[in-house]
Design a protein around this ligand. Structure first.
Ligand code: PRP
Length: 178
């Protein structure tokens, strides 16, 4: 696919993504062998990663979605997160795996973990494709991590800039100048 003008460079190409997603799925399948997963994915960014991960999972999995939003400006998270769409199923006694596209400050994931933990799952783990450790403000444990990336604005493979570029099949760095 052509690289749009606003994308300065490809950070993680399609092949590298596909290989890592397969590795993560294999690791998760081994760890949950004999169990049934409940995957919880926050909309919208995780949809593409989730779809690819699911295709390679060898354990049965149900999926459900939440929608989370930060109060305040979209670019500078204020730290306060709220849920604008809740799960439709119960997590009580379930093996829950949160599947995220990116962990940045950790505020979104921290909030979601807190909410899910209160609902008494049998287990609760996190799988995140991308992690920006430099930006962390709230400690969160990521059990399955695809890639640690530098503190740059990334788009593609589900991630957006003003709702654009989610459809790119790779992860690219957004051009900030010009
Ligand atoms: C992104 C991403 C995470 C969150 C991470 O979602 O999907 O949920 O930000 O940021 P944090 O670690 O600083 O909390 P976003 O709010 O951009 O919504 P989207 O998934 O609909 O694009």
């Amino acid at each position: 696919m052509r690289v749009p003008e606003k994308v300065a460079e490809v950070l993680i190409d399609e092949e590298t993504l596909a290989r890592r997603v397969r590795e993560l799925a294999a690791e998760i399948s081994r760890d949950y062998a004999g169990k049934c997963l409940l995957i919880v994915a926050p909309l919208k960014g995780a949809f593409m990663f989730l779809a690819d991960l699911l295709r390679h999972l060898e354990v049965p999995a149900e999926i459900d979605f939440v929608r989370l939003a930060s109060y305040g400006a979209a670019t500078e998270p204020s730290g306060a997160v709220r849920m604008t769409k809740d799960l439709e199923c119960s997590v009580e006694g379930r093996e829950v795996l949160v599947v995220e596209d990116i962990v940045d400050t950790g505020e979104t994931l921290g909030y979601l973990i807190e909410v899910l933990q209160r609902r008494s799952p049998a287990s609760l783990r996190v799988c995140a494709l991308l992690d920006k450790p430099e930006r962390r403000q709230r400690e969160v444990e990521v059990h399955y991590r695809g890639f640690a990336i530098p503190d740059r604005f990334v788009v593609g493979y589900g991630l957006d800039f003003a709702e654009k570029y989610r459809q790119l099949p790779y992860v690219g760095i957004l051009r900030t100048e010009g």
